[in-house]
Design a protein around this ligand. Sequence first.
Ligand code: 2RA
Length: 350
Amino acid sequence: RKPTLAVVGATGAVGGVMLDILSTRQDVYGEIRLVASARSAGKKLSVRGQRVEVVALAPEVFDGVDIAMFDVPDAVSAEWAPVAAERGAVVVDNSGAFRMDPDVPLVVPEVNADDARKRPRGIIANPNCTTLSMIVAIGALHEHYGLSELVVASYQAASGAGQAGIDVLYDQLERIGGKRELGHRAGDVRSAVDDDLGPFPAPLAMNVVPWAGSLQDGGWSSEELKVRNETRKILGLPGLKVAATCVRVPVVTTHSLAVHAVFESRVDQREAQALLAGSPGVVLNDNPEMYEFPTPADVVGTDPTWVGRVRRSLDDPKALDLFLCGDNLRKGAALNTAQIAELVAAELRG
Ligand code: 2RA
């Protein structure tokens, strides 16, 4: 029989993309249960061309479930993923709750699919969308050249902060309303609620905000440490040097990253371009003579990791500089989760 799937968090920004992905990819599931908070229970959502009623999160919803995808806040996953696992489901969790747990594999199917089989807690973690927006391409280069250091600047879309992030950006843009006041300071356009920083600690429209997540030791943001720690775990490089600066930009969906990557062996620009072009899940769009390079406007809504501006570093024959884009709601979240769930479905079928 085909596995029964539960989608927990079906009504969120990522949940909506997940239902689209489940309705367009090869259908490997039997029953699909849609689960959300009690306040969303009763809603009907479309998946695989059928209207399915959302049920409230409760232990019994996991009875008979073979695979449970979770896209909910960390605290909800921390409480409920073990409940689902205890009732026999293999959990694929998109939150940050378990990513650094040594008993939970952190999986990107194009990079470390086999790790998904070793899951002593019955939980498999999906990486953060910023890590996922670069790791498929970086993993391909690592396999060939042996990665030793990453210096990364991210340009992160508002939807990384969920529906609230999208709403606040559009609200700020509407308030600006195309005014062309010289010296216009987006700083005058606060987030939705003045006394609440909302999803961003500074105005985003007509601005960039060098912050994502929460303050950690030494002035690093949680987002920057996620990129560092998750990349190390996925690639199995505990000593990898990673310096990330994560910046929010006024883009609705699709994260971009400028990457300086240092390798153990010498690199060649043309060879690296060919390698990337031939890597599963990667699209090379790199022809600066024709101003061809990835931008969020081209990449949003697509599945691959797009790579461009590939250059051999001027000062180091073992380093590449490149620019990447990835849809943070698709490969950055829902698609990678769906790909992991498909790996499990194939394993359960035997
Ligand atoms: C963000 N990567 O963009 C984080 C979580 N989605 O806010």
